[in-house]
Each structure stands twice: as structure tokens, then as C-alpha cells.
Design a protein. Sequence first.
Length: 189
Amino acid sequence: MNKTQPTNISTLKAEVARFREELNIRDQLVRQLSQELFRLVKDNTPYAPRPEVAGDYRAEVRLLREQLQGVERQVHFYQDQLQRRDLEIQQLRQTIRELSERSQMLEQVIRELPKVYTQKFAERLAPIKTKIMALQSENRQLQANLIAVTDRLATKGIQLQQSTPDLKLDLPNINQQQSPQQLTALSHA
């Protein structure tokens, strides 16, 4: 909607009011003329208008009626325009309401997105953490077995070659709470 519509509507309303006032004045004039004609014809006084004067009155009345019909057409036109604009205003208000509701819904979704992404990331990370913890546990078990085998071999007097690679691996610790037994098992490895 542009800014000139309120001024156009107020201008139209003022014009309609002016036309109605003009109609009322003309209606009064027509009534007065009709009453005067009726009185003159009824009384049949010597002051009765001459036929050419009565014809002038009729012509003026006809002209006034035509003008009145023109004004009535204009009033109907302006009323139709006002009704169309009122309908358009209602539709725009409804659209504004719908868009406001949609905007609020989208804002809510945007506020919840970080939580959703964090939750989805945690859900995807959980199996990976579980697998890493299982691998670390298996690694510790294998290292403990290796130490046990190395100790048995040492007691039997078999020396391992010095070229045996060092099997210590620096893996990240997923499990935050390790027991002291786990820490000692890792230190022996």
C-alpha cells in the first residue's frame, strides 16, 4: 500500500460529503419548486405560470434530476472503491498475521538448532567412543598378555632380541575415570 491512499480516501470521503450536501440542497429546491407548482396549479390563480415558464421549470427539474443521478453514480462508484480497499486492507492484515506467525515459528526453530545439532553430534559420536574404548581395552589386554609372555620367557631364560619394536602407543583416553589398576597396567606397558 502506498502513502497516498490515506489522503485519497480522506479526499474521497470529503468529496462524497460535499456531493451529499449538494444533493440535499437540490432536493430541497426541487421540493420547493414542486410545492410551488402544485400550489399554483391547485389554486388556479391568475398568477399561474405561463406555459413557457412551466416548461422552463420542467427543464430545470429534468436537469437537476440528471445531475442528481450523476452524483448518485459517483457516490456508488466511491462506495465500491471504499469497499474494495477495505477488503484489501483486511487481506493484508491477514497476510501480516500469517507472516508474523511463520516468522515466530522460524525464530523458534533457529533457537533450537544448536541443541538439535549438539544432540545429533553426541548420538553419532557415542558409537565411536564406545568402539575406541573397546579398542583401548583390547590393547591394554594385549599389552598385559605381551608382558606376561615376556616375563615367562625371561624366567625360562629366553632373551628377546633387542630389535623388538616398542609397542607403546599414545592413544587418546576416552574414558575420563580410570581406575588405578588401569593406570598401572598402562605404565607397565
